[in-house]
Write a protein that binds this ligand. Structure first.
Ligand code: ADP
Length: 266
């Protein structure tokens, strides 16, 4: 269960948001944004009010994954203050730095700028009432997200990894970033992405391309939950590229995997 911590100053800025949950990874390319976007849709399918903040300021990919690249969030006065109205798609309210800058420009941001932009998207977003606000964090454990994570009152963190040794080593660092004394954010668990591959012509076979059982072992060792295992499926990649997350089809095998993940997170 996600239990919100006592509200800090920052949390009071979003009094209507029940749980802010970070989706993190130790390294890039493991499918963090794919998991974040599908988890958001899966939670929405379950009837929750969901927001998704693309905090990956160095490589924002949520606009593409939701096919909202052309959206331009508008401003709205709320209590005399300008608020940014999130883009709503598939039942999920999202905001991304990608709506405001060219992705190429985002790459050269300095740490403080990136952190401020992130804070602004959170505090100035007109998020309204939400059960879950997911933060798709940048990969890694840099100073930027240490600052971000420290200033935002997180209910918990979900860490995404592949079962490969190099990814697991970085996932371990990611987990210790959250559980470190200074931050102390509950780790809700690990998600093993790209867990195996099943060819269409051999539906009974599982090929463990990145190794077998790596996340289960790490979860046991670090005493965190293994929240779910997502196989390598072409339609997951296509869904990301086409802006139609697999979780939109809850009856498909991939949709079911993300639905299960949603149930494990709440
Ligand atoms: P990250 O956010 O960790 O950098 P992405 O979510 O952008 O990673 O995923 C990297 C690439 O891998 C994308 O092209 C994505 O579509 C693909 N991908 C992620 N997870 C899966 C999966 N389970 N099956 C197939 N392709 C996947």
């Amino acid at each position: 269960k996600v239990k919100p911590k006592a509200p800090k100053a920052e949390a009071k800025m979003l009094p209507e948001v029940k749980n802010i949950v970070a989706v993190a990874s130790g390294k890039g390319g493991v499918g963090k944004s794919t998991v974040a976007s599908n988890l958001a849709v899966a939670l929405s399918n379950m009837g929750y009010k969901v927001g998704l903040l693309d905090a990956d300021v160095y490589g924002p990919s949520i606009p593409k994954m939701f096919k909202t690249e052309d959206a331009r969030p508008v401003l709205k006065k709320v209590d005399g203050k300008d608020k940014i109205v999130p883009v709503e798609k598939y039942g999920v309210k999202n905001l991304s730095i990608g709506y405001f800058v060219n992705p190429e420009d985002a790459l050269v941001w300095r740490g403080a700028m990136a952190t401020n932009a992130l804070k602004q998207l959170i505090s100035d977003g007109d998020w309204g009432e939400l059960d879950y606000l997911l933060l798709d964090l940048p990969p890694g454990t840099s100073d930027i997200h240490l600052t971000a994570v420290q200033t935002i009152s997180l209910a918990g963190a979900v860490v995404v990894s592949t079962p490969q040794d190099v990814a697991l080593a970085d996932a371990r660092k990611g987990i210790s970033m959250f559980t470190g004394e200074k931050i102390n954010v509950p780790v809700l668990g690990l998600v093993e992405n790209m867990a195996w591959f099943t060819p269409a012509e051999l539906p009974e076979n599982k090929y463990y391309i990145f190794g077998e059982g790596g996340c289960k072992k790490l979860a046991e060792e670090l005493k965190v939950r293994l929240l779910g295992q997502i196989p390598i499926v072409q339609s997951i990649r296509e869904g990301g590229d086409n802006g139609e997350p697999s979780a939109l089809n809850p009856d498909s095998i991939t949709g079911q995997a993300f639905a299960k993940l949603g149930q494990a997170v709440v």
